[in-house]
Design a protein around this ligand. Structure first.
Ligand code: DQA
Length: 148
């Protein structure tokens, strides 16, 4: 009998205020809730034979600690650090601990918005960035990680 293939685990981290998706500026971020996005990713994970775990926090330290936990246990990370994208050296430093594909996702196109959103503290330490495709960006990130 063939040994059962161990499923790969992928972590998805959502930063501050993304728990308010659906209610929060729907013209920019869309009408889908975070629960709906997460269940889409979990379902796609099943098709791709990947275990998708999701985590949301409004706290920078909690996100840093989650990234530290990932080290050695997960095969990829999809992260939308939300507003911390533009400010957090702590999240950037935590990401430098990882040697797995890290995909930075933004629902909106951050380069089309206010100048303070044009700077990402993590873009140059991430494997890739997807910005402006709405929820589809998370789907694209998971499909890409599955092939990596
Ligand atoms: C965001 C863009 C950020 O500038 C903003 O602070 C967010 C969401 C996005 O997904 O488009 O909270 O990361």
């Amino acid at each position: 009998m063939k040994p059962s293939k161990k499923r790969r685990k992928i972590m998805v981290i959502h930063g501050p205020n993304l728990n308010m998706l659906g209610k929060r500026e729907p013209d920019i971020y869309g009408k889908e809730t975070l629960e709906e996005i997460n269940s889409r990713l979990e379902n796609l994970g099943k098709k791709l034979e990947i275990d998708v775990e999701t985590f949301q926090s409004n706290h920078e330290g909690a996100i840093v600690e989650k990234i530290q936990e990932i080290s050695g246990k997960y095969k990829g990370l999809i992260i939308n650090p939300a507003a911390f994208t533009h400010t957090s050296i702590a999240i950037r430093d935590a990401l430098l601990l990882l040697d797995i594909p890290v995909i930075e996702v933004h629902l909106s196109n951050i380069y089309k918005r206010e100048p303070f959103r044009h700077k990402s503290m993590i873009a140059d330490v991430a494997t890739a960035q997807i910005s402006g495709f709405g929820v589809q960006g998370y789907i694209m990130a998971l499909e890409a990680i599955a092939k990596m």
